[in-house]
Design a protein around this ligand. Structure first.
Ligand code: CDP
Ligand code: CDP
Length: 231
């Protein structure tokens, strides 16, 4: 069967990784969470004094990039591949609000993007990949056979992410989460290098009032049609 590349972009907490992971499982494709890579670089900067109360030393982060090695690996007890930063599983450490607060400024740096985009393109060489992020359909895989752009109201997205963080035991408020989402959306859409925007040919899905099952069915049908060459 024909293998395709599927690019899923959109605003924060629109359900991209949920649908991308389920879609990859249904098709037997590899799922790559590109946001985890930007988060892991941010964690490295926080743990190595590059981001501190004193500020953010961009030049130091650029100089440190050759020492930052990322890979994805599926371990025995998890369905989803975890991200490893210099050999350490940081899947859990990258999801908190501290990392979320700094990740968008880190993702504006051209050198950071160039390094991660090259690795992402390498991971997609064989096709049969579903990757989600902000620039997958515009920059990483502009020739992807299927491009999706996800959106939902900020309030609905914040509600969903807040529930998720609460369940993980984070001490946060709904207002903190909403503020973080809106700030990231703004930085991600206005940055100079690879701003978040709907790629040419992308299909837009607004899931403010759509459940997880319905969004999967919709995207899975689109993927099957593209694989079969029906659309
Ligand atoms: O899951 P959530 O929407 O919270 O974010 P994420 O996908 O984990 O991405 C975290 C941040 O990384 C985004 O807000 C962007 O600043 C950056 N990012 C990016 O610039 N390009 C990508 N392809 C993926 C993420
Ligand atoms: O990857 P992204 O940041 O776009 O979003 P996500 O992590 O897949 O989804 C954020 C939260 O919204 C998760 O807790 C999902 O279970 C939830 N969600 C939902 O409730 N309904 C949807 N239609 C999509 C996602």
């Amino acid at each position: 069967m024909r293998k395709i590349t599927i690019a899923i972009d959109g605003f924060s907490s629109t359900g991209k990784s949920t649908v991308a992971k389920q879609l990859a499982d249904a098709l037997g494709y590899v799922y790559v969470d590109s946001g985890a890579m930007y988060r892991a670089v941010t964690l490295y900067a926080m743990e190595n004094g590059i981001i501190s109360e004193k500020g953010f030393d961009k030049e130091k982060l650029i100089a440190a990039l050759p020492s930052i090695h990322l890979r994805f690996e599926r371990n025995r007890d998890s369905q989803k591949a975890h991200i490893f930063l210099n050999g350490r599983d940081v899947e859990k450490d990258i999801r908190n609000l501290q990392v979320s607060d700094f990740v968008s400024p880190v993702a504006t740096i051209h050198e950071v993007r160039a390094k991660l985009v090259a690795q992402q393109q390498q991971m997609g060489l064989e096709k049969a990949v579903v990757m989600d992020g902000r620039d997958i359909g515009t920059v990483v895989f502009p020739d992807a056979e299927l491009k999706i752009f996800m959106n939902a109201s900020a309030q609905e997205r914040a509600k969903r992410r807040y529930q998720e963080l609460l369940q993980r035991g984070e001490d946060i408020t709904y207002e903190d989460v909403l503020k973080n989402l809106e700030e990231r959306d703004w930085v991600d859409s206005t940055r100079e290098d690879s701003p978040l925007r709907k790629a040419n040919g992308a299909i837009e899905i607004n899931n403010s009032e759509m459940g997880i099952k319905d969004q999967l069915n919709l995207v899975l049908q689109l993927a099957k049609d593209r694989i079969a060459g029906r659309s």
